[in-house]
Design a protein around this ligand. Structure first.
Ligand code: UT7
Length: 331
């Protein structure tokens, strides 16, 4: 059975940069509070005319160009997002249309911050079994339009940003390279600890003035609980990935964690016992872009020369659901 390799990556963020001081103009917050609690300094927000799909299209076109491939070379699209442009259909088909394609499957993965690793797991299984050869895996999010930019929502509004990251995946026969493993986890007992309640068909009517008035269409979070579980379960997922492949922390060239909060990343680094140069961090620039954060960080790391052939790369993520996941890759 072949393994799955990363053929190329790409990313795109909107031009508009929003600083912590900009946010302090909109709501009762400060650069000090945001920097101390999260490490975030700036994030990118979409402008008129931009959507999750337009961000995904740009990231995908860059990844395709880096792979020296055309959209027509793709066999399948795996689109990971928790901020779809529309309730139905999913963003995958809109991206397919934007790429000028009409006859390949497009699947949408709804696993929030763990979305990219869940999507990688799906793509990896298809590639290893030979069902598809060239898979476009995208994580793309537009949070800014959904945030509650008042004091009520400031604990979440300051954390999230918009952006997209993409990877082109395909089979390799080199037994020393490729995706070594993916491990996926979920615990729905915590579903309401970070969620968007409405619009949703658990409500009748599924959207109403009252739901909007109550702010049920905004992301709400029990921040301390999310922090506590992420700090425990992300390092555990890294340990599972290492154990499954007979690796130790010393073998890791680069850990690319989901960029949720600098303090969570520091906790993962400490518990796993990694040096600074083994962990990639860019949350200060983009904030939390959920399913887009790992592919954006991966592309930056690749461009910065942080990965060479044969290096061990580990992904870990945690988020709403709760869902969490890890992947081990030999680059
Ligand atoms: O992928 C997973 C995504 N989510 C996360 O990673 C979030 C994980 N959680 C966290 O990172 C932290 O819980 C937060 C950064 C969200 C909050 O930090 P905290 O230390 O847990 O603060 P808190 O919620 O206990 O709030 C402390 C104070 C409160 O004021 P009082 O009650 O002490 O007067 C909040 O009202 O900070 C206030 N506060 C703010 N102040 C200024 C909450 N948000 C803000 C804000 N600016 N943006």
């Amino acid at each position: 059975m072949p393994r799955t390799e990363f053929i190329a990556t790409g990313f795109h963020v909107p031009e508009r940069v929003v600083t912590n001081d900009d946010l302090a103009q909109l709501m009762d917050t400060s650069d000090d509070w945001i920097t101390q609690r999260s490490g975030i300094k700036t994030r990118h927000w979409v402008s008129d005319g931009e959507t999750g799909v337009t961000l995904a299209r740009e990231a995908s076109c860059r990844a395709l160009a880096n792979a020296r491939m055309e959209p027509s070379d793709l066999d399948c699209i795996v689109y990971c997002t928790c901020t779809p442009d529309h309730f139905e259909p999913g963003n995958g088909v809109f991206l397919e249309r934007e790429l000028g394609l009409t006859d390949i499957p497009a699947i949408d993965v709804r696993n929030q911050c763990s979305g990219f690793i869940y999507g990688l797991s799906v793509a990896d299984a298809w590639i290893r079994t030979g069902q598809y050869q060239r898979v476009l895996l995208v994580g793309a999010e537009v949070h800014s339009r959904g945030l509650d930019k008042t004091k009520r929502g400031r604990d979440t509004a300051v954390l999230f940003g918009d952006g997209a990251g993409a990877a082109i995946l395909g089979p390799t026969d080199d037994p020393r390279r490729g995706v070594l493993s993916t491990h996926l986890f979920a615990d729905g007992r915590h579903a309401e600890k970070l969620w968007v309640d409405a619009p949703g068909l658990a409500h009748d009517p599924y959207v109403s003035e009252q739901l909007l008035h109550e702010g049920k269409h905004r992301a709400v979070m029990e921040g301390k609980e999310v922090f506590k579980f992420a700090s425990i379960l992300m390092p555990q997922s890294v340990a599972v990935a290492l154990r499954a492949n007979g690796l130790t922390p010393a073998d890791i060239t680069l850990l690319v964690p989901h960029q949720a909060n600098l303090r969570i990343i520091e906790m993962v680094q400490k518990v796993t016992g990694l040096r600074d140069d083994q962990v990639y961090v860019n949350i200060q620039k983009y904030g939390n872009t959920t399913a887009a954060s790992i592919p954006i960080a991966l592309h930056e790391a690749v461009c910065a020369g942080r990965l060479a052939r044969g290096d061990v790369l580990i992904f870990t993520a945690f988020g709403s659901g709760f869902t969490w996941a890890s992947a081990a890759i030999r680059w």
